[in-house]
Design a protein around this ligand. Sequence first.
Ligand code: ATP
Ligand code: MG
Length: 380
Amino acid sequence: MIGLHFFGKNQITDITSLLGEGGSKKKMFIIGLIVGGVSILLLVLVFSLWRCRWKKSHRGGKDIGVVYYNYRHLKMATNNFGEENMIGKGGFGEVFKAILDDNKVVAVKKLKVEYEGAKVGFENEILLISQIRHRNLLSLLGWSSEGSDLLLVLEYIQNGSLDKFLWGEKRGDLDWKTRYDIILGIARGIAHLHKEFHVKIIHRDIKSSNILLDNNFQPKIADFGLARLQPDDQSHITTMFAGTLGYTAPEYVLYGRLSDKVDTFSFGIVMLEIVSGRKCTYRNFDASSADGLLEYAWKLYETKNLLKLVDETMDVNHYKEEHVVNIIEIALLCTQSPASKRPTMSEVILMLPNNSSLVERQLTKPNCIDHDWRIQLECS
Ligand code: ATP
Ligand code: MG
């Protein structure tokens, strides 16, 4: 048998001469380095691709530029949306306190979406709301949805809402300076919604329970995007009409005529509540047959008796009478009808610290509060 041998049997060939003296180790090292580097790079690439896919599948693919929370995690963090975690219940849904994995405390608002079609447009609205940042507006931190549930993850505000400090369990805790700062903060928050964003956002549901107070009693307006999340025929006004009756401008209730002055009206009502410590629907004013806070305030204005409106839990030494009267007059200015008589919120911000700016404007009592405004049309 003929065998082909390049090298003789047992012959050892030294190839170092081919690689060059001393360079072989170097070359091997470089080759090793390149192979190792490429392998690590490949591993990193594969890992990040896998992570990306994992995240997407956990978010249900709803990556719209605002944090999407895992529904099951939120359900667990709220103790299965349990009673003990519920902070409150409103016209749109329930609010729960939740502690997330990183121990961050948040509020979760659970909204029911009546039909699948109503979800159309949610993502755009949520993205819009999440971009609005102002110290007097409650921040949206993220969201989640499953079936007919839509969850909004919000900043948790420990002091809760303003109504509790005015006529609720914490009544009597607010002095005049704090009340005035709250009024100014609310005005700034609403003005920001109306002016500073590329689209005008009208809140439509300004009321004391939608004003939250942080640890420094700075107001934060809640629910400013909720009206936008409701289809027109399911708005809060029509479904929960009684709940917001006293706050809503007559032209909006009667004709659905929406403008920024709808918020000015509600803001005026909240101002009256802050000064008086009474809810807008309160009726038992001394010897007065007033049908509510607004009508009572107008009666006192006409009889030059506005100081009677002031909350008796406030220390009289802590406020100047002219300042309080001026604030009540601005509130009345805000609640005039027709809407064109009301100031914009930017104008209100200029008026608040300035006692003299009301001189140019004449206050006109809206006709509608003399009668049952639900059938009274001339006030619009
Ligand atoms: P509406 O549905 O018209 O807003 P509402 O404000 O009374 O009515 P919710 O918004 O559901 O109802 O809120 C219920 C209560 O939960 C509020 O009155 C407030 O006390 C509390 N709350 C809401 N959001 C928060 C939050 N982010 N932090 C702390 N408490 C909150
Ligand atoms: Mg609310």
